[in-house]
Write a protein that binds this ligand. Structure first.
Ligand code: ADP
Ligand code: MG
Length: 585
C-alpha cells in the first residue's frame, strides 16, 4: 500500500491553507486538515514548488502552523445513486436534516455524513446478463425512485466496453450489496454497486452526442415562454438587484417548468433566505403529480454564514447531480441562486492566493469558470438512443444593481437567454419583474415570430411615449401616441404580469398562451379603435384590463372563461374603428 502523504501547515489565511509536502500532490485532490479529532475537508487548488494551497470547506479558526494535512489522492466527488431525490445537502453533499439531527443545529465542523441512505432496500431489476458488453454510463438494471425508473449504470469512469461477469437477480438490495461485476479490456474486474462516485469538476460525458437545444422548456411564465423563451438543454440567467424577485421567480419555475427533476443550488444572499427555501420547499405541492414537489427535487444549499469555499463546491455538486439524472434519460433543470455569491467566493480565494486581480478584483479566470459551468448544460443522445437534458438557469445579484459588472457580463456571453429584472418594475410590483425592454433570448418561441416582434415594438413605443409624457405631460401627447401607450401598458398588465397568488394565473400552459397571445395581438394590438378623446381611451383600456384580470383567473375552457371572452368581445366591438368589424366574422 502507498504510504500516507502528509503536509505541514505553513500559512493560514482565511479559508486558504498552505501546506508544505515532501513527495507529491495532485491538483484538485481532496486533503484533510487534521486538528485533534477534527478532519477538515479541503481541496488542493494550487501547487507551487513543494507547497500546496488548499481551499478549506470549513471554518479554519484555531489552525496552527506545523499542523498536519493528509492528502487523499481523490478528487472532490459526489455520491450518485438512488436516494438523492427529496434530499437537502450542503455543498459537500452532507444531508443537512440528518446532520442537524445528529449533531444539533450548530453544526460542528469536520463532521461528514454519507449522502445516500445505507439501509434503504431498493427493488432492483436487472436488464443485462452475464456475457453482455456494456460501456460506462450504460444501464445494468433499474430501481424505482419516487416516480422514476432510476437506472443503475456501469461506472462512468470505466473506459471502453466491459463484459458483464455476473449480475444480481431481481430482488431487494441496499447500497452495501454488490450488484454486478464487470471485466474491462485489460481483464480487470470492477465491482458495481447501486451507487458510484464521480468527481464534481469533470463533466459526465457518457453519451453519443450533444445536440443543439431546440425544444422549448415551458415554464408557464408567459413573459418567459412567449417573449424570452428557454430551451431544454439551454441556459439562461436572471440578473436583478436585491429584492427584485429572483428567488421567487426561481421557485415558481421549479414548481411549474415542464421538466422531470429540479436541482436547486441555493447560495444564499442571507442565511434567512435559505432557511426560507428549506422551510417552504418541502411543503410545495407539485401541480403535475399532486404530490410534494420535493420528491423530484434535490436542494444543495449554503448560506452566507458558511465558509465561502463551500459555495464553490455546492455549484459543482449540483451540476454533477443534474448530469447524473440526465444520464438516466431525464430532463433536469438546475437553478443556481445566486451565482454572484459563488463568484464572490472565487474572488475571495483568489485574493488569498495573491493572484493578479482582474476587473473589480475578480480573478482573471472568472469568465472561463462561468462559461465552463454553463457549458455543462445540454441535450444529449445517450448510448441507448434516449434523450436527456440539463437546463441551467442562474441568478446574478450585482452589487449596486448595475449589469455592467464582471459576473453579469461574463454570464451574458455564454447563456442563451437573459431575463433582466428591473428595480423599477419590482418597485411598481409588476411581477415577474423581467424587463421586456432589455431582456432577450436566442431560442425560438412557440408564438409566431411576427406577433412577438409586433408586441415588442408596441412595448417600446409605449415606453417612449411614457418617457415623453413625463417631460411634456399628457396634454402635449397626441391621441395616437396615447393609444400606443395604453396598448403597451395593457399588454404588460394582462399578459406579461402574472399573479403568483392566483391559482390559475400563476401558471399558464402553452395552449392557453398561444390562444391569449393570438387574441390580444389580433383584436387589440393590431386593431384600430375610435375614441372621442384620451379620457375615453383610458376608460376603454381600463375596462378591458379589469375583464382580462377575470379572464386570466378563470379556468381554461370553463364556462366562466367563455362568458368573459364574450364580454371582452362586446366591449371591443363598441370602439372598433370603421372597416375593422371583419375581425369578428
Ligand atoms: P431577490 O431574490 O431578487 O432578492 P426575492 O425573490 O426574495 O428577491 O423577492 C423579494 C420580495 O418581492 C418577495 O419576498 C415578495 O414579497 C416580492 N415578490 C417577488 N416576486 C414576486 C411575485 N412574482 N409576486 C408577488 N410578490 C413577489
Ligand atoms: Mg434571492
Amino acid at each position: 500500500m502507498e504510504e500516507k502523504r502528509i503536509g505541514l501547515i505553513e500559512k493560514v489565511s482565511g479559508n486558504m491553507v498552505a501546506a508544505r509536502f515532501k513527495t507529491y500532490v495532485i491538483q484538485n485532490e481532496v486533503a484533510f486538515v487534521i486538528r485533534g479529532q477534527e478532519r477538515l475537508k479541503s481541496e488542493v487548488i494550487r501547487i507551487r514548488g513543494n507547497t500546496a494551497e488548499l481551499q478549506v470547506f470549513e471554518n479554519t479558526a484555531g489552525l496552527k502552523i506545523g499542523e498536519e494535512v493528509e492528502f487523499t489522492g481523490e478528487l472532490l466527488s459526489v455520491e450518485l445513486g438512488p436516494g438523492l431525490l427529496g434530499q437537502i445537502f450542503d455543498g459537500l453533499q452532507n444531508p443537512l436534516p440528518q446532520l442537524a439531527e445528529k449533531y444539533g443545529f450548530f453544526l460542528k465542523r469536520g463532521t461528514y455524513l454519507r449522502a445516500l441512505p445505507e439501509d434503504v432496500k431498493w427493488t432492483f431489476t436487472p436488464t443485462v446478463k452475464a456475457g453482455d458488453l456494456v460501456r460506462g454510463g450504460e444501464k445494468l438494471g433499474h430501481v424505482p425512485e419516487m416516480i422514476f425508473e432510476h437506472f443503475i449504470m456501469v461506472p462512468f469512469g470505466i473506459k471502453g466496453s466491459v463484459e458483464v461477469v455476473n449480475i444480481a437477480g431481481a430482488g431487494m438490495y441496499t447500497l452495501k450489496d454488490k450488484i454486478a461485476q464487470v471485466k474491462d479490456s485489460e481483464g480487470k474486474i470492477h465491482d458495481v454497486y447501486l451507487y458510484q462516485y464521480w468527481p464534481v469538476k469533470i463533466p459526465i460525458r457518457c453519451y453519443d452526442e450533444k445536440l443543439k437545444p431546440t425544444q422549448p422548456l415551458v415554464t408557464k411564465m408567459r413573459i418567459i415562454d412567449s417573449l424570452f423563451p428557454i430551451c431544454r438543454g439551454g441556459t439562461y440567467c436572471i440578473p436583478g438587484p436585491f429584492g427584485s424577485g429572483k428567488t421567487v421567480l426561481q421557485q415558481l419555475t421549479s414548481r411549474h417548468a415542464r421538466v422531470d427533476i429540479v436541482i436547486v443550488a441555493a447560495c444564499g444572499e442571507r442565511a434567512g433566505e435559505v432557511v426560507e427555501t428549506l422551510r417552504t420547499f418541502p411543503h410545495l405541492n407539485d401541480p403535475r403529480t399532486n404530490r410534494p414537489l420535493s420528491e423530484r427535487t434535490v436542494i444543495i444549499c449554503n448560506t452566507s454564514s458558511m465558509p465561502v469555499a463551500a459555495r464553490d463546491s455546492s455549484v459543482y455538486t449540483a451540476v454533477t447531480i443534474a448530469e447524473y439524472y440526465r444520464q438516466i434519460g431525464l430532463n433536469v433543470l438546475l437553478l443556481a441562486d445566486s451565482t454572484s455569491r459563488w463568484a464572490q467566493a472565487m474572488r475571495e480565494m483568489s485574493g488569498r492566493l495573491e493572484e493578479i486581480p482582474g476587473e473589480e478584483a475578480f480573478p482573471a479566470y472568472l469568465e472561463s469558470r462561468i462559461a465552463s459551468f454553463y457549458e455543462r448544460a445540454g441535450v444529449v443522445r445517450l448510448y441507448d438512443g434516449n434523450i436527456g437534458s440539463v437546463t441551467i438557469g442562474g441568478t446574478v445579484s450585482p452589487a449596486g444593481g448595475t449589469f455592467e459588472e464582471p459576473v453579469t457580463l461574463s454570464t451574458l456571453k455564454v447563456v442563451g437567454a437573459f431575463h433582466g429584472l428591473s428595480r423599477e418594475r419590482s418597485d411598481a410590483r409588476r411581477y415577474p419583474a423581467i424587463d421586456p425592454l432589455i431582456s432577450w433570448s436566442k431560442y425560438g418561441s412557440f408564438i409566431d415570430d411576427k406577433q412577438i416582434q409586433r408586441a415588442k415594438e408596441i412595448l417600446r413605443k409605449s415606453n417612449d411615449v411614457a418617457q415623453m409624457m413625463k417631460v411634456i405631460g399628457e396634454e402635449g401627447t397626441s391621441l395616437a401616441d396615447y393609444i400606443d401607450y395604453l396598448k403597451g401598458e395593457f399588454f404588460d398588465f394582462v399578459y406579461l404580469q402574472q399573479n403568483a397568488f392566483d391559482p390559475v394565473d400563476e401558471a399558464t400552459d402553452e395552449e392557453r398562451q398561444k390562444y391569449i397571445f393570438g387574441f390580444i395581438h389580433e383584436n387589440i394590438l393590431e386593431s384600430e379603435f375610435t375614441f372621442k378623446d384620451k379620457e375615453d381611451a383610458l376608460h376603454f383600456f381600463h375596462t378591458l384590463r379589469q375583464l382580462f384580470r377575470g379572464w386570466n383567473s378563470s379556468a381554461w375552457d370553463s364556462d366562466e372563461f367563455r362568458r368573459t371572452q364574450e364580454e371582452i368581445e362586446s366591449v371591443l366591438k363598441e370602439k372598433l374603428a370603421k372597416g375593422q368589424e371583419k375581425v369578428y366574422a
